[in-house]
Design a protein around this ligand. Structure first.
Ligand code: NAP
Length: 329
């Protein structure tokens, strides 16, 4: 690049080596520590100069991005792209990039952590130890349920769904079924997995694990009816996005015992407000959206996001574009 283009880094700070890599070719404006970014006057001013944005977890609305007339690339440090208006970006020829694959295994580990912790009541019982209430032998009221050999139902058999299914099938001898709009015969062969209609999967699974992207088609996909189909022994695990669930309906299902338990990494409102019953229920394991949050994986995601942004700004094809149509413009 002859004249340096301007890139805004928001919400996630870059490690020094990645920041240096970016600074070799770009002028970097760092808003990684700015609270309430979308309300920040300096950020809005910076947008007017920006050719690229690198960050995540902020809803970048068209109204906001209208203030960035030179924008060429939005490089998200996430695989999910529900924070972006893809039609708007494509219409403007702005390339949206994301970080698939590098977070798949770590996120699948988190899903399995939720499966095991919910089944064995690990958080509830560890809290009991911390409170000094482990005063006698553990008896039936504290027993959990087995994971090994049970029926695992994956809703959204993509990269992460398949990685969770592999853990279930090969690590825990579980039988796997899945629901997807399209069938994946490769996964069916590899995992001996059955494709099922959603209702059948919900009726038949001991563990329902959600890994669909949040979209108009999946918003509130799980409501009262779906929880009733699951039944009282089912454990529901959501590693996708809070918006795929009707949260009040899930809370009611957990309180009434319509389902056994839930393992949740994502919520309708994040951070989860302390007033939410989900923060306090014994049969809920609530994690603070840590699906990909390991040192190694967050570094790999940031590195891919930087490489994606640099490629677009240099006129090359990025490794992981999301809106391919914008690349043709
Ligand atoms: P992916 O490979 O695109 O997989 C998503 C799967 O969902 C695809 O197989 C897709 O297949 C299916 N799907 C999409 N819409 C559907 C619908 N309406 N009904 C049924 N199935 C549908 O994506 P991924 O890399 O596995 O990531 C999945 C999601 O996980 C991300 O979008 C993100 O929101 C979430 N995630 C969360 C964390 C975390 O920190 N908790 C971390 C990483 C990712 P069809 O289109 O063929 O149906």
């Amino acid at each position: 690049m002859s004249t340096k283009k301007t890139v805004i880094v928001y919400q996630r700070a870059l490690k020094p080596d990645l920041r240096e890599k970016l600074e070799r070719d770009c002028h970097v404006l760092d808003f990684s520590q700015t609270q309430n970014l979308t309300e920040d006057g300096e950020f809005k001013k910076a947008l007017s100069q920006a050719h690229g944005l690198i960050g995540s977890s902020v809803n970048l609305t068209p109204e906001l991005l209208d203030q960035a007339p030179n924008l060429e690339v939005v490089s998200s440090i996430s695989v999910g792209v529900d924070n972006y208006d893809i039609d708007y970006l494509s219409k403007r020829g702005i390339v949206l990039c994301h970080t698939p694959d590098v977070l798949t295994e770590t996120t699948a580990d988190t899903a399995f952590l939720l499966i095991l912790a919910s089944a064995r009541r690990a958080v509830e019982l560890a809290e009991m130890v911390k409170r000094g209430e482990w005063t006698g032998g553990i008896a039936e009221p504290q027993f959990g349920v087995d994971v090994q050999g049970k029926k695992l139902g994956i809703v959204g058999m993509g990269r992460i769904g398949a990685a969770i299914a592999r853990r279930g099938k090969f690590g825990f001898n579980m039988s796997v079924s899945y629901h997807n709009r399209s069938r994946h015969e490769d996964f069916e062969r590899e995992l001996d997995a059955d494709w099922k209609e959603l209702d059948d999967l919900l009726r038949d699974s001991d563990f329902v694990c959600v890994t669909v992207p949040l979209s108009d088609a999946t918003r509130q996909m799980f409501g009262q009816r779906e929880f009733e189909l699951m039944g009282k022994d089912t454990i529901f695990v959501n590693i996708a996005r809070g918006g795929v669930v009707d949260e009040p309906a899930m809370i009611e299902a957990l309180q009434k015992g319509t389902i056994r338990a839930a393992g949740l990494d994502v919520f309708t409102t994040e951070p989860l407000p302390n007033e939410s019953p989900l923060a306090h229920m014994d049969n809920v394991v609530a994690l603070p959206h840590i699906g990909s949050a390991t040192h190694e994986t967050r570094y790999a995601m940031a590195e891919l996001a930087v490489d994606n942004a640099l490629a677009v700004l240099e006129g090359d094809k990025p490794k992981a574009p999301y809106n391919w149509d914008a690349l043709d413009r």
